[in-house]
Write a protein that binds this ligand. Sequence first.
Ligand SMILES: [Zn+2]
Length: 389
Amino acid sequence: MEFELWYLILVPILFGAGWYAHSFDQKEKKSTSDETKTLYRGLDLLLSNKKDQAIDSFINLVKTDPDTIEMHYSLGALFRRRGEFDRAIRIHNHLANRGDLPKKEHNRAIFELGEDYLKAGLWDRAEATFVKLTEKESSYQALAARKLIFIYESEKEWQKAIHVAQMLEKISSEMMPSRIGHLYCELAEQCLHRGKAEEAVSYINEALKVDSHHKRALFMLGNLQEKSGKLAEAVETWLRLGEINPDYETLVVSRIANGLIALGDKERALQYLTHIVEKGKNIDELDAAVQVISKVKSPEEAIELIQKRLEKRPSLMGFQRLLELSQANEPENKQIAELSRLLKQQVDKVARYQCTKCGFATTRFQWLCPGCRQWESMPPIRSEKVVAR
Ligand SMILES: [Zn+2]
């Protein structure tokens, strides 16, 4: 018999043992009590794999003895973990509909029911259940709000997610400016998708009102400023992003340099790129810098810079860029072209952005990890050594 099924059977056995000992201490033991019989019958049905009938038997037990509620929660959780959602729902639904339970237990049953619906993929019902819990003050109000945010984020219902997140900030001490900022940025992305740039800017401003150092909002604002011809403002916005977190500057190195060049400030652009190369924190940043240097100054100078870097910190991405630059310098050299092609294939295979929380790795940078649904858990820097977690 599989381990979890044993566990399922152990729950009523352990409960029965505790119950028996408790009765013994109290000198109230009645070996032939109706409750004991019902418990044994439920166990017998579980052992015979007649789980639905066992649930009926246990449900009868809670009617006569409210002390069995904990056992019901344990059984419900086990059924849910085993993927037997209909059974978990039956148990929790029964508890949620009992009129004689204390308020806290009643809310707990509703919360567990919401969890069942969520795990079973019945998201509409889960949402309705958690909404019900957020409408009244209880210790489950904040828990239900967190579940609702998860649901709305997964369904891309950003406005609803913002509403619940703001409510959660009010009812708990949990402040979430970065998360709310991202939700506004998602609304801005939707507007951009529909070609409504002005609306997008107003959402980005909302994000910056909530969190003036919001990296994504600044990144998007710079892009929009660039699109609307405000290039000088865009460059300043992107530079601010680097001041807040140098890692995120990687996303805008070439934008800043190209922006300065387009503004006629080539000298400042070169100073900036030299600073990036000297800083040389990550290969993606350096890669972006040498690409611009190759165009603005010369491929030879870019090659020299990347060679210096490779001497200190060899990397596949660095070698690939070196070969690409060399190829541009010697377009007739077929050996370099072939080597560059092969190395690019290898880099595409191994270079990944990786979530620091769950280890999810991807070729495309994302603000929200698809694996663990955490915001900003994926640094905007690729790694050639993806670590299994
Ligand atoms: Zn993750």
